[in-house]
Design a protein around this ligand. Structure first.
Ligand code: DC
Length: 221
């Protein structure tokens, strides 16, 4: 039987993890799981129900029965909530902060981690998130911590959202990224952290291809 390999890519918002994870998974011909999409869809559910994303008791009323599914269409991940493909809607700017808030709730994390471990237990995959190497898959074969300066990350997000036609203010976006960093790093349960055995790569002044080469150089070693 072929060996299953699991690669964990963690890091703060806008560090380039998802671009790297997507390319890496296609080069290695393995699955890519964007775990942030799952927290985003959970936030969307709370918003639809009119439940505050900080309200643990409110979130408890739906989290156990959430109809959240990850499907792969032509190799790319689609996120379904209550049977609807919400892959685009979860990228809207207001969902980002809501996802950061809801992801700090332990009930939410336990549910998401259970689903992530189930998917990762079945096949070789690259997972990107905040706690993959430190909590979800502590025995992952490779762990990378992908980071970049706040300015570079805000600039990347600004360009990405502007291209999609969203009107965004750079300074507001930068402040929001700092706030999300703070939320993600200081939450009590499974915060964003570099696993002790993770390799840190600062992508601030690197192209995507340079980062991929670096990551592959460790994997192929
Ligand atoms: O990667 P992203 O920006 O799409 O993630 C959205 C939010 O979800 C992020 O602010 C933190 C949270 N998240 C998390 O707590 N753990 C993960 N494994 C992935 C995302």
């Amino acid at each position: 039987m072929e060996k299953i390999i699991r690669i964990a890519l963690d890091g703060p918002s806008g560090s380039g993890k998802s671009t790297i994870a997507k390319k890496l998974s296609s080069k290695l011909n393995i699955l890519y799981l964007d775990t942030g999409a799952m927290y985003r869809a959970t936030a969307l559910k709370a918003i639809a129900l009119g439940i505050d994303t900080h309200d643990e008791e409110g979130v408890k009323t739906f989290i156990d029965d959430i109809d959240l599914q990850i499907k792969y269409i032509d190799g790319s991940q689609h996120t379904y909530l209550d049977g609807e493909d919400v892959s685009e809607r979860i990228r809207e700017p207001h969902v980002s902060m809501a996802a950061s808030n809801i992801s700090s709730l332990k009930v939410v994390r336990l549910k998401m981690v259970e689903m992530q471990r189930k998917i990762a237990g079945q096949m070789s995959c690259v997972l990107d998130g905040r706690d993959i190497g430190s909590y979800v898959l502590p025995n992952a074969d490779f762990k990378f911590y992908i980071t970049a300066s706040v300015d570079v990350r805000a600039d990347r997000r600004y360009k990405e959202l502007s291209l999609k036609g969203h009107k965004v203010d750079f300074n507001e976006l930068r402040a929001e990224i700092e706030q999300r960093d703070y939320n993600d790093k200081t939450r009590e349960f499974a915060p964003l952290t570099k696993a002790i055995d993770a390799i840190e790569i600062d992508t601030s002044f690197m192209t995507v291809d340079q980062v991929i080469s670096k990551v592959l150089s460790y994997i192929e070693r």
